[in-house]
Design a binder for this molecule. Sequence first.
Ligand code: NAD
Length: 611
Amino acid sequence: MSVQVVSAAAAAKVPEVELKDLSPSEAEPQLGLSTAAGSAMAPPAGGGDPEAPAPAAERPPAPGPGSGPAAALSPAAGKVPQASAMKRSDPHHQHQRHRDGGEALVSPDGTVTEAPRTVKKQIQFADQKQEFNKRPTKIGRRSLSRSISQSSTDSYSSAASYTDSSDDETSPRDKQQKNSKGNSDFCVKNIKQAEFGRREIEIAEQEMPALMALRKRAQGEKPLAGAKIVGCTHITAQTAVLMETLGALGAQCRWAACNIYSTLNEVAAALAESGFPVFAWKGESEDDFWWCIDRCVNVEGWQPNMILDDGGDLTHWIYKKYPNMFKKIKGIVEESVTGVHRLYQLSKAGKLCVPAMNVNDSVTKQKFDNLYCCRESILDGLKRTTDMMFGGKQVVVCGYGEVGKGCCAALKAMGSIVYVTEIDPICALQACMDGFRLVKLNEVIRQVDIVITCTGNKNVVTREHLDRMKNSCIVCNMGHSNTEIDVASLRTPELTWERVRSQVDHVIWPDGKRIVLLAEGRLLNLSCSTVPTFVLSITATTQALALIELYNAPEGRYKQDVYLLPKKMDEYVASLHLPTFDAHLTELTDEQAKYLGLNKNGPFKPNYYRY
Ligand code: NAD
């Protein structure tokens, strides 16, 4: 339900067009990956997109049968602002993804004090008086590093906790470094770590089949030739695979980190070694953060014409500091909830001056983030924190949406006895059909071994529930923020907190009963486990295709607005991942396509379809 949020009104505006009505210009392959033609994995060809906003009557004549196979890479503008607007206002989707939670300090008498936690403040651009010549002292920098852009916490990397063991306290900004080719256009922690980073990148490549396929298919063809992409994302091995793919497709890239903690120094070094101007290291101060972004855009003789952003900081920096750059910029691709929200705000205010692609809400990405990722990482998060055995355990899962479905499926498969709570009768009925007992939390709270919240709501587990839980009950949250479990109600004098492991607290009642609270009620999987590279592969491929589409789109296809990824591209992202499983996709016959009123090569579903 989180995936295709399209109002009836919005859906009604999607024209049901016949094949013949589709625009040939929209069907032209922009990414000349024509080697895919004719194969089962070929990108959908020859058709426009029912998401296209233009009425059928206004469209140019239909493409001939031989129109380009890579149409999926240049579908019609899939503008569905209504759907997107709904999505944005849906509180279930404003989840934050971060791993920088504070630790609790336990004194000998058992008193628990919270160690200073990362301050997640929204950086105000208006107040942003960055004077790079007046750089702070090291101490100043360190204290600054406690603050972080709100948007920087909005998306996640699979290896944010990976640290380098270097004791070198010198700021990378004070170091003179060169790669083995004598190039010094980068700023990373330690270029000598490049070899370790290269290994990480090679490992990630194994689980990112779609990007590797794009590289292969684009051999000789450079759909991003001339593209100058400035990027601001987590700098991890997975991002490196994306950057090197963009490079292989013809783009020049300059990159900064969207989060002051998530950079893998080794990977940044490997990228710098192979010639990418990367400006990022783990533990940047806020000043460093903006300095790095500025070094990416403020370059003599080089001006970006595409933006790939994760959180919107880069986009806003350019807006505030170098608005003239937008004359040359062809489009923005934004990955995060926060960044997308900012773009919609700009658009609403009439200030968005280039087309932007919201890749966050693409179907494939959403499914992988919510259902499939959680199905795997719930077990990982529980196991790493508690070493528990799942078989025979009684678990209650609150919320049977995408995340809840993933959690329930995983736990059921492990032999747990799973109860579900729901407020929505449709999801409730789905839970029943899937073989779960639908209960009210009160009915099972005394007997369950694990309580998991995934509603996106607040106060789902209250102090009353917590009081009634049995000894050793594990309590955790998979929803967007720490509002689902009333953790604050546990901070009372009669209860003792014991930090038993990182991210694991025992909260002890006066009679000795203890509950096991994981990650202080924040997202369990993102706090205590990793995100599989395959999930990030979906995101990275979506980003790459969105860049290709915006960069190659003919004048007028996209206006100064925020667009959802056209469904054909979503389908293409999925199709590029199928060979990993030796999956064989059935092709529609001409007769079947005609019967269903579909283009043989997609899109296969209307915009309002709920997967
Ligand atoms: P969803 O809207 O599909 O599902 C949430 C479900 O909770 C709905 O069916 C809703 O009816 C139900 N619900 C609401 N209040 C309830 C209550 N008081 N008791 C019982 N059920 C209740 O959303 P989703 O995609 O499943 O996401 C759920 C949450 O997880 C969101 O906050 C989302 O941002 C977050 N999320 C987490 C991850 C992760 O990696 N942990 C990934 C994606 C999304």
